[in-house]
Design a protein around this ligand. Structure first.
Ligand code: PEP
Length: 254
C-alpha cells in the first residue's frame, strides 16, 4: 500500500517571521493528520535552517524547492545537496514548471539533479505536466511520457523506489482551475503504466504519484480518492496553516 504524501511548495513567499508563524501552525495541525499521510513543507532556502530547528521531533518533513546538479564550486546563487541536508531537508522538488518555464530547466538537467539528490540521500519530487496548448492539441500523454523518460533516464530500480512523481498540468498551477479527478486519474494511470514498462509492475505499484494544480481543501478529498493519486503538491493553499491542514486531513486511507 502506498502512503499519501502532501507537500507544500511555498515558492517565493514568507520571510523568517512569517515562516516561523506558518511552521508553528502546520506543526500543530499535523499532530492530528491521518497516520497514512506524510506532510512535507518546502519553504524558501532562507527559511530552511529555521524550519529544520522548529520541526525537529515533529512528524512534518522538510523539503527544498530546487537544488544544484553540482556538488560545490563557483556557481553563484546555487544551493547544493549538502547545504540542504545540513538544514534537515529530506525532500527536494525538482523540475517544477516554473523552473522549466522561467529558468530554462530541461529534462536532461532535471535528470542530473535527480541523480545527484538520490546519490546523496535526498528524496526527489520530480514534476512533469503539459501546457494548455499541449492538452488542447491532444498530446498530453506524449508530452508526459517524454518528460518521464528524460527525467528518469539511467535511474536504477532501487533508486526509483525513492522517487516521487508530481503530475502538475501547467494550466492548473496557480490558476484556480484544477484538473478534474477523472482527468488527473487518467494521466496518473498512464504514468504508472509507463513506470511499469520502464521498471516493473511491482515497482510501479510502490511509486508515489502526486497531483498538483490548484488543490484546495474543497477539492482535495475527491482528487486524493482516485486510485492512482497518492498525494498532492500544493502551492497557494499551503501558505495558510488552516487551508494546508484542510488538504492533508482530507486524505482517506485507501
Ligand atoms: C505548484 O506550484 O506546484 C502548485 C500546484 O501551485 P497551486 O497549488 O497554487 O496551483
Amino acid at each position: 500500500m502506498r502512503k499519501t504524501v502532501i507537500a507544500g511548495n511555498w515558492k517565493m513567499f514568507k520571510d523568517l517571521k512569517e515562516s516561523e508563524e506558518l511552521l508553528q501552525g502546520v506543526k500543530a495541525q499535523a499532530a492530528s493528520a491521518p497516520s497514512s499521510v506524510t506532510v512535507v513543507v518546502c519553504p524558501p532556502f532562507t527559511s530552511l535552517s529555521l524550519a529544520g530547528s522548529l520541526l525537529k521531533g515533529s512528524p512534518v518533513k522538510l523539503g527544498a524547492q530546487n537544488m544544484s546538479e553540482h556538488d560545490e564550486g563557483a556557481f553563484t546563487g546555487e544551493i547544493s545537496w549538502k547545504m540542504l541536508k545540513s538544514t534537515g531537508c529530506e525532500y527536494v522538488i525538482l523540475g517544477h514548471s516554473e523552473r522549466r518555464q522561467y529558468y530554462g530547466e530541461t529534462d536532461a538537467k532535471i535528470n542530473l539533479k535527480a541523480k545527484k539528490a538520490l546519490a546523496n540521500g535526498l528524496l526527489p519530487i520530480i514534476c512533469v505536466g503539459e501546457t494548455l496548448k499541449e492538452r488542447e492539441g491532444g498530446i498530453t500523454e506524449q508530452i508526459v511520457t517524454t518528460q518521464i523518460k528524460g527525467v528518469l533516464d539511467g535511474i536504477s530500480a532501487p533508486d526509483m523506489e525513492r522517487v516521487t512523481i508530481a503530475y502538475e498540468p501547467v494550466w492548473a498551477i496557480g490558476t484556480g482551475k484544477n484538473a478534474t479527478p477523472a482527468q488527473a486519474q487518467e494521466v496518473h494511470a498512464q504514468i504508472r503504466g509507463l513506470i511499469s514498462k520502464l521498471f516493473s509492475k511491482s515497482l510501479a505499484d510502490k511509486v508515489v504519484i502526486q497531483y498538483g494544480g490548484s488543490v484546495k481543501p474543497d477539492n482535495a478529498a475527491e482528487l486524493l480518492a482516485q486510485t492512482d493519486i497518492d498525494g498532492a503538491l500544493v502551492g497557494g493553499a499551503c501558505l495558510k496553516a488552516d487551508s494546508f491542514a484542510g488538504i492533508f486531513k482530507s486524505a482517506k486511507k485507501k
